[in-house]
Design a protein around this ligand. Structure first.
Ligand SMILES: [Zn+2]
Length: 222
């Protein structure tokens, strides 16, 4: 607190407990100097739960004795300790291979919490702000969540999808984008083999790796 804040604090204290009021000019100046000396590192208020007026009010309500600067300092230290107890170091954004930067970031975070500038981080930040940057960059490079090698491996098990991807990659119209008039496969679904048995009933329903030619033509026309 600067001397103006200390003066405001003393005025507030005097309203709650007139015994603390110093009337002489010299006395009042000495009182401000003494309070400022002892409360130099105590903030007037923080955005995270500390307000010196609350501490003064609590003292006046709790204690029969006139408040001393050390009473305020003690409350601030208790507040600070309580915040640090609740704080769990978040994982620094610094490169873990740079221990100096890593440590400096941890210390900065703790000091900010202690000074009341930042709120304690009570949980490990699992979700943070989206995925780490290098994963996003890699995803952009690959264009898919499935790595190319795995994707190639999968083509054996999903020939229709693989054919569709290959078609899109070649710039050929996407046949699966339209409904197949031949086998009635809806859009997005691979064609199916329709084999009729001699008596006219459907026999077999296997997925075709390639769309029916009429479907390809239809996609090309649309
Ligand atoms: Zn079809």
């Amino acid at each position: 607190m600067d001397s103006r804040e200390v003066a405001a604090v003393l005025a507030y204290t005097g309203r709650l407990d007139p015994r603390t009021i110093r009337t002489g000019t010299g006395e009042a100046r000495d009182q401000i100097a003494q309070w400022q000396e002892l409360l130099n590192d105590v903030p007037f208020a923080t955005n995270h739960g500390w307000d010196i007026r609350e501490a003064i009010r609590a003292h006046v309500l709790d204690s029969p004795y006139p408040i001393l600067p050390v009473d305020v300092a003690r409350r601030w230290r208790a507040h600070r300790r309580d915040r640090l107890d609740r704080h769990t170091d978040p994982i620094p954004a610094a490169d873990p291979d740079d221990p100096a930067a890593w440590r400096a970031e941890l210390l900065r975070a703790r000091n900010a919490v202690a000074a009341g500038v930042a709120a304690p981080s009570t949980h490990r930040q699992i979700t943070g702000e989206g995925s780490p940057r290098d994963i996003e960059e890699r995803l952009r490079a690959i264009g898919s969540c499935i790595p190319p090698a795995v994707r190639a491996e999968l083509t054996r098990y999903r020939p229709a999808h693989a054919a569709r991807e290959a078609a899109v990659a070649r710039g050929v119209p996407d046949a699966l984008g339209v409904r197949c008039e031949w086998c009635h496969a809806p859009a997005g679904t691979p064609c199916r083999q329709r084999r009729a048995s001699p008596d006219g009933t459907a026999k077999g329903n296997a997925v075709r790796a390639t769309p029916h030619p009429s479907r390809i033509d239809l996609a090309a026309a649309s």
